[in-house]
Every structure is written in C-alpha cells, then in structure tokens.
Design a binder for this molecule. Structure first.
Ligand code: FAD
Length: 458
C-alpha cells in the first residue's frame, strides 16, 4: 500500500502534523502521515485569540483560515475578578475552531497536496534494519523514513519519546455537552469559580460545550456526575445554566515540556503542552510545524546534524511554551477573589525567581567535556552549522553566549584564571575588546552557570 521510502514519516495528523506535512510536500518532499484517529483535544470547540494576527503566529493563521474560511460572530465575555459579565468582542479578535471538522479539513488539504495519509494507522515498531512497522486496520507495512516526526499530542506516554516534565500546576479538563439557555445562544464565556474556571461555548444551534478546568484532586474518585454538577453549580454564567448535560471527555491538561530525543523530532503538544488558559496550543502547534518544515531537508542532507536539530527545536518549543505559560499566569493573577482556595493558590504563587548567579572566587578552567567542533543552531524554518563547542556529555552545542563568541571567551582560560582576571584580559582580545567588561562578565557567569567553566581545582 505505501511506497517503501519517505523523506519524512509524521506520526499524528492533528494541526501540528498536518501543517508540517503540507510544508514538506510544498518543498517536493515525500511524506507519510499517520493517525490512529483517537484524538485527545478538549472537545468540539476551541478558540484562537487575537494574538494570531500579530505576525508572530502569522503562518498559523493562514492554515487556520484555509481550513475554516469563516470566523464565528460570537459574543465573547468574561466573568473574571467580579460577578459581572464583561463583553469584550473588540478584544477577542480570534475565532472558534470546531475540532474534528477542523482536523478533517486539514487532513483533506494534505491529501489534495500529495501527502500519503494512513488513518487509522500507527507506528508499531522499529526493526533492527532501520525500517519502521506501520500498522493500519488491514495489516503491517514496512517503510523506510529518512526522518521521523512525532506529533501525537498531549498523551503523556508517547513511546519512544522520553517522559515529559511538568511546568505548571496539575490541571484536569472535563468537557460536557448540554442544552444552553436561550439567552446564552451565540456566546462564548470564560468564568472563574472557586475551584477553577470554565469556558462555555453556545452556538446559535446545537448543543453547547463547557470545559471545566479544575484540580485533579477534586475528582480524585473519578469524574462522577455529582462532583461535576457541584462545579457547574458554582458557575453564574452560561455553563451554570446548561441543561441535560453529559460528560464527553476528561483530559489531563497539566502543562508539560518533553526533553529532546536524539533522533526523533517531537512537535506541537508532543514537545510541549501549554495551560489551556493561554488559548494558544493550536497556534503554537501550527507555528512550530512551520518552523520544523525548514529543518527536514537539512536533516536529510546531513544526518549527523539530527541530535542537535532535535535539541535546538526542543529548546524553541520549550521557550514558546514557557512564554504561553507566563501569559496564562497573568490571567490567573487577575482573579483574586478565591486566593485561599487550592486551585488559585497554586496558580497565583509568585513565579520562582531565578537564583542569583553564584560568583566564583577562585581560578576557573574550561570543562574537560567541552570540545571544539561544528555546532548546529536552529531558528524559525532555518538551521546552520558554524564553528563552536560541543558538550560531550549532554550533546549540547554552543557557538556564542550573551551575544559574544565562545571561542575567544574560552581562549581567556588557556591557563586557569579568576573571573576578574579573565574580564581584564578580555580588553586585549580583538573579538572581545569592543564589548564592555560588564557584558563579558555576564557571559562568563552564564558559562559558569551552564557548567562550561568550572573551578580549576575540580
Ligand atoms: C481542555 C483543553 C482546552 C484547550 N483549549 C484550547 C483553545 O481554546 N485554543 C487552543 O489553541 N488550544 C487549546 N487547547 C490545546 C490544543 O488542543 C492543542 O494544543 C493542540 O491540539 C495541539 O495540536 P497537536 O497537533 O500538537 O496535537 P493534537 O491536536 O492532540 O493531535 C495529535 C494527533 O495525533 C494522533 N495520535 C496520537 N497518538 C497517536 C499514535 N500513537 N499513533 C497515531 N496517531 C496518534 C491523534 O489522533 C491526533 O489526531 C486545549 C487543550 C485542552 C486539553
């Protein structure tokens, strides 16, 4: 059924996988896209918000518009920080994504563009000869892939990727569908309640959805009807007026970042999931897919770059996820009414401030595991190799730090020197002397903090 060799095998045909597949066939690459058709998104309705138009997520917006040509004219409101509903259409410029329909349209775009789509299908195993076993409903197929991207969403276990690390308080998302009150039709309302928050979307027709975001401990005995009814009863807005509701799914929505794998690129939620409060998961997935589309051809041409490409891409995913996390925290901090309740206490805690840098007093040297070599740096849709240093233990590569080139900084430590001596010596090095002593010192402290410079006696 499948051709035997693909330039890229993508596992997971959600927004991230589909957008990447499209980006690759546009470059003339052969792509096999798999999906087992058991998605874990939050329910029928998700939203994209105004920041989509900022340019940061510009390419993602194009993909969304191509898949959903019409924006919904919903009244968008918030009950947050007070009992009042504040209608804020002009602020929320974005739109509603009908998950399911949206994903189907993205997949149809892929097939039209020449992607080979296998669904339902999944990756069953890797053989010793380097081939992959793809399992569909009929049988197993052996395929070769020059690169493999895992875009399987938020599932915590996604073999063979390493387990993700938690970057925010635990969060459970329970989605219910029900009949909205007549006056709530045509609205989307976010509302804070003592034990979390809800997001209720009531279209002009059909059932409304409400996602309840709560502490998992609240439903420790399972998502019982009584416990969910208890949370809904605290909602003053449309979620509290739903009738005949039923639970459609419960998802672990805890924000997480996954450490990089040496040979497989993780993309979208598989690389980093953000707090749903940020409303940016889909945009992040599309944006990072565009970014990875620029890495696959270089990875095929230079297979030995792959570990550094995986690491560089993971760092960008994590950075973006942490930025989204900060945005979510701003929203949480704007609600102060239930500061003593566990849900809000966990989210309003001050962000842990970075520890003050330890200023080394004695002589320093370059760590023995640092080796000069080519370093691959990853940017948006680009990567390039340049001379730098590799950490033999962690595989991390670095060509500059704090805006200063690494090789002349390391040159300051041809013999052990204290921080102050090295800063003074930098004034005589052609590549460094244009930089202020404060900038050189800052760069050297970063090298100490990252373990590239160590006490000479250790
Ligand atoms: C409660 C909640 C509310 C949210 N609200 C919003 C919101 O309002 N706005 C927003 O932008 N984002 C929101 N998000 C986040 C958004 O759902 C995700 O960030 C987004 O879906 C990530 O896209 P993805 O392509 O990385 O993963 P997914 O959309 O999860 O797609 C992964 C795909 O991989 C497939 N798959 C998984 N495992 C395998 C396997 N082993 N083999 C084959 N196929 C596999 C799945 O079937 C699925 O199609 C919300 C998330 C939650 C939990």
């Amino acid at each position: 059924m499948f051709a035997r060799t693909y330039d890229c095998l993508i596992v997971g045909a959600g927004p991230a996988g589909c957008r990447l597949a499209l980006g690759l066939v546009e470059q003339g690459l052969e792509v096999l896209l798999l999906d087992h058709l058991r998605p874990t998104y939050s329910g029928p309705h998700e939203s994209v918000i105004g920041w989509t138009s900022s340019g940061w997520f510009g390419a993602g917006r194009k993909a969304i518009e191509a898949a959903l040509p019409q924006w919904d004219a919903l009244r968008r409101g918030a009950i947050w920080g007070s009992e009042e509903v504040r209608w804020q259409n002009e602020f929320l410029l974005g739109g509603l994504i009908r998950r399911g329909e949206f994903d189907r349209r993205l997949r149809a775009q892929c097939v039209d563009a020449g992607v080979t789509l296998a669904a339902p299908a999944t990756l069953a195993a890797r053989r010793d000869d380097g081939t992959w076993v793809v399992r569909d409903s009929q049988c197993d197929h052996r395929v070769r892939a020059r690169t493999v991207v895992v875009a399987t969403g938020r599932a915590r276990r996604s073999a063979p990727l390493p387990a993700p690390e938690v970057i925010g308080p635990p969060l459970l998302a329970v989605t219910v569908l029900g009949t909205p009150a007549g006056e709530d039709r045509g609205s989307a309302v976010i509302e804070s309640v003592p034990d979390g928050w809800s997001w209720c979307t009531a279209l002009p027709e059909g059932p409304a959805s409400a996602v309840l975001m709560i502490e998992p401990a609240l439903l420790a005995g399972g998502p019982s009807r009584a416990a969910i009814a208890g949370v809904l009863a605290t909602c003053r807005g449309p979620a509290g007026r739903l009738r005949d509701w039923r639970v459609v799914c419960a998802n672990d929505a805890t924000p997480r970042c996954r450490p990089p794998h040496a040979a497989l690129l993780a993309l979208g939620d598989a690389a980093a999931t953000v707090d749903p409060m940020a409303s940016q998961g889909v945009e992040k997935a599309l944006h990072m897919a565009d970014s990875v589309a620029g890495l696959i051809a270089p990875a095929i041409a230079n297979p030995d770059w792959l570990p550094q490409l995986c690491r560089g891409h993971a760092e960008r995913e994590h950075q973006l996820a942490r930025t989204c996390q900060l945005r979510a925290q701003d929203f949480y901090r704007a609600e102060t009414r239930w500061a003593e309740r566990p849900f809000w206490r966990a989210r309003q805690a001050a962000a842990p401030s970075a520890p003050a840098p330890v200023v080394p007093t004695g002589p320093l040297r370059v760590a023995p595991n640092a080796r000069p070599g080519m370093v691959v740096t990853v940017g948006h849709r680009t990567c390039r190799a340049q001379p730098g240093w590799n950490d033999e233990r962690t595989g991390r590569g670095l060509s500059q730090i704090g805006g200063l080139p690494l090789t002349p900084l390391f040159g300051l430590f041809e013999r052990p020197r204290s921080l102050a001596e090295a800063v003074a010596a930098a004034a005589t090095v052609p590549e460094l002397f244009v930089s202020s002593p404060a900038k050189v010192r800052e760069a050297l402290l970063l090298l100490c903090a990252d373990g590239w410079l160590i006490p000479a006696g250790s």
